[in-house]
Ligand binder design. Sequence first.
Ligand SMILES: [Zn+2]
Length: 203
Amino acid sequence: MIMRLFRPFFPARWLFQEALFRMRSPEKTACLTFDDGPHPASTPELLDVLDTMNVKALFFCSGSQAEKYPELINEIKQKGHLIGNHGYSHLNGWKTSDKLYCEDIDIASQFTSDNLFRPPYGRLSISQYNHLKKIFKIVFWDIMSYDFDQGFGADRSLHLLNRKIRPGTIIVLHDTPDSTCKVFLKDFIERSVSKGYRFSLAI
Ligand SMILES: [Zn+2]
């Protein structure tokens, strides 16, 4: 359990002072973010849930997926959600030269947004950060849902989110075909709203 919870790297916020991990709001607001899409087997279904619940979210799209499914990118925008840059080919910043890493993000900018960036895996070197912060608002997160992990399971993800939500929280979900968030997204939103939360894009 502990190993599982610590497996994905949690970025060191003291190193990235100007990046965003949580919204600076004393109120009960939360931001939902969806990484790694768009994908026809997941994104439309999640957009329907968000529509039904009247919630706007932030999609950190993979450039390669965005190039493949421009109609989904248009749909996300038309429904009033935001699109951010998550790189073109999901590179690990720790294992990639600064030049290659920044070029990959530059290519993704053609298909995504030009001012919001989330590093794949949350892995970014200090030199990459120092360069990219001049161009982007860099958005990490403070709650990881583990919806990408089938073994973790939808019930535990829902429980974790219900337990950890706090004012200004930025939550990572995934609009990938295998993500379990389709199972629990509606329940989570309903529960949060009943606790007085609203979902915001004021990052
Ligand atoms: Zn990702």
